[in-house]
Design a protein around this ligand. Structure first.
Ligand code: IPM
Ligand code: MG
Length: 369
């Protein structure tokens, strides 16, 4: 039987509530006895700042390095608006991504049939939607130096962020996108701004070359990132895989996520390169944030978090069947009309975070009965 080590980082706000539901699912799998998870839990974000003055401690980073996968909730909230920039909750998340080398962020935007009506677009535009955004996650303007605000001494300040990409960074993310496209609709859109940015020019050249050399069988379209945003809300079903840089990926993935009815539905996987022992580091987190406005009230939708754990089963542990079980359970509870507030529709049943978790576990039980 396979045993895996998980590091659980609930973080802040609704992160702690939705993680309780994942914990229950992990226990459910442990009780089934086909796969076993050893879990450790630690602090990240504002919770870590409150405990020891930084957004993630070296000890927690060490635990993350050793784990087979990190399961991450969400970080941030108004409580930490005034903490120093270096210690802000998001810094914990960015350090995890950078230090674990998680360069490939996979953000599927799938429209569950039961939710097509909750999209802000007409349902026929989103029914059956299945897009995968492949976002570069360890480079670009998020990490480029210099990154600073300097005092110009005349009452003015100057802020600089730096967008940098090197060939190897574009090369490896493009390969991830082409590989995944082969297992799906075989179409990649590469989004950049080559009309105004040198990083866009290089991005375009490198993606073209990788395609030419190794992925001729996959269709490739280059698209300007602003046009991509427009096309996502005009006719989203034209897309299969979208590969893009860190900042454009941040923005485009929020737009794509919302097409599906709620940000509370979408999982993500952040994956690194294979190390010398053939291990791949990975972290799984919902696309949504810590939602401080509804935190602590049992209103949060745990589906994105639970679906992120399903992605861990699929990508880190090669447990496709178990991942399918979770995804089926989610689809079934939606078909039964259960809804948390974010996806509530007339005539459906409003349930709490815990009730949603309980219903998903009941559906898992049905599948093994
Ligand atoms: C995301 C988030 C993060 C990002 C924040 C919390 C730093 O918006 O994962 O999309 O900008 O990458
Ligand atoms: Mg974002």
């Amino acid at each position: 039987m396979s045993t895996f080590d998980l590091l659980i980082l609930p973080g802040d706000g609704i992160g702690t509530e939705i993680m309780v539901e994942v914990d229950r699912i992990i226990k459910w799998f442990n009780d089934q006895g086909t796969v076993t998870f050893n879990t450790q839990q630690s602090l990240v974000g504002g919770a870590a700042f409150d405990a020891h003055g930084e957004a993630i401690s070296d000890e927690t980073m060490d635990m993350a390095q050793k784990a087979d996968a990190v399961i991450f909730g969400a970080v941030g909230g108004p409580k930490w608006d005034d903490v120093p920039y270096e210690a802000r909750p998001e810094a914990g998340l960015l350090r995890l991504r950078k230090d674990l080398g998680l360069f490939a962020n996979l953000r599927p935007a799938i429209c569950y049939p039961a939710l097509a009506q909750s999209s802000s677009l007409k349902h026929e535009l989103v029914e059956g939607l299945d897009i995968l955004i492949v976002r570069e996650l360890t480079g670009g303007v998020y990490f480029g130096e210099p990154k600073e605000i300097t005092d110009l001494g005349n009452g003015q300040q100057r802020a600089v962020d730096t967008q940098i990409y090197e060939t190897y960074e574009i090369d490896r993310i493009a390969r991830v996108a082409f590989d995944l496209a082969r297992k799906r609709g075989n179409l990649v859109h590469s989004a950049e701004k080559r009309n105004v940015m040198k990083t866009g020019v290089l991005w375009n050249q490198v993606v073209t070359k990788i395609h030419e050399d190794d992925f001729k069988d996959v269709s490739l379209e280059h698209i300007l990132a602003d046009n991509c945003a427009m096309q996502l809300v005009r006719n989203p079903k034209q897309f299969d895989v979208i590969v893009t840089d860190n900042l454009f990926g941040d923005i485009l993935s929020d737009a794509a996520a919302m097409l599906t009815g709620s940000l509370g539905m979408l999982p993500s996987a952040s994956i690194g390169a294979k190390d010398d022992q053939g291990r791949t580091k990975a972290m799984y987190e919902p696309v949504h944030g810590s939602a401080p406005d509804i935190a602590g009230q049992g209103k949060a939708n745990p589906i994105a978090m639970i679906a992120s754990f399903a992605m861990a089963l699929r990508y880190s542990f090669s447990k496709a069947q178990e991942a399918d079980m979770i995804e089926t359970a989610i689809a079934n509870v939606l078909d039964q009309g259960l809804r948390t507030g974010d996806i509530m529709q007339e005539g459906k049943r409003l349930v709490s975070t815990t009730d949603m978790g309980t219903a998903i576990i009941a559906e898992l039980n049905k599948q093994t009965a």
